[in-house]
Design a binder for this molecule. Sequence first.
Ligand code: PSU
Ligand code: MN
Length: 316
Amino acid sequence: MTKANLSEFLAVSDEVIAALDASQPVVALESTIISHGMPYPQNVETALSVEDKVREHGAVPATIAILNGSLYAGLSKQQIESIGKTGQDAIKVSRRDIPFILQHKNSIGSTTVAATMIIAAMAGIRVFATGGIGGVHRGAETSMDISADLSELGKTNVAVVCAGAKSILDIGLTREYLETQGVPVIGYQTDVWPAFYTRRTGFDVDYRLDTPEDVASVINNKMALDLQGGTVICVPVPADFAMDETVMDAAINQALKDMLARGITGKDTTPFLLEKIAEITGGNSLQTNIQLVLNNAKIASQIAKSLVAKSLEPSG
Ligand code: PSU
Ligand code: MN
């Protein structure tokens, strides 16, 4: 698509345009986490504090959504509030859904990791912070339930900072799928995949890196060679906020049982499981979720800053 065609659809905020034009760091943020990942009003409060956190660390936040038929990168407080209030009535948009929601001039579409990556890349944003990515679901060998986030990571050039994948997913299979797609999984100050609410799983990451500069160098190399596709940067939840593994395992198993009993499938599975787990853990998991997203926003901002510095180097 030509730039002219693209700009018919793309609505980048003035602040984000100014930052990109001036080669300042920008961090993309998703909106399905607001509509489907957390309850109101904590979802709106969190989305706004995540933006503050990005600013505090010297980058410009670009929360991404599809509103009234336009692809937005950079939302107003009112727009974030409206997505949060609409909650699960918002349309959860992944890659396949984008052309359809553009037909509806009066709609609230929240973007998953996949759709957020697509819009971020269109706008020229290279770093994205979220809570957890989608993955290969447990039982995928029969259900074939594999998040479109994974194939997106195989083709779209955006680095995604997350707290790993929660064990509602099959982390071993998620890892295999990412390997096939050529997506490197970096452990940020960790040798093993974190499990979102908890800091460790039994699965190794592909590479461990300990500083934002090292992560930015790798992303820079990948872009310089035009190697296509994203990078996953797994940051363990800060120790003070990590949940107890036994409590979490029990909650996840219960949630999976309820899901099967109710026959929930397709795009409804992830939101159902997240809500159920929050309910079972009496809201504790929500606090952990909020804290890990804030921490990821900080690390992503540091990486974005370093990436900008590298592209401004005379040799780079
Ligand atoms: N995992 C979380 N919180 C979330 C999601 C995943 O811990 O909010 C959301 C993200 O938007 C992710 C999406 O991209 O769920 C994956 O959905 P699916 O499995 O249907 O692809
Ligand atoms: Mn799915």
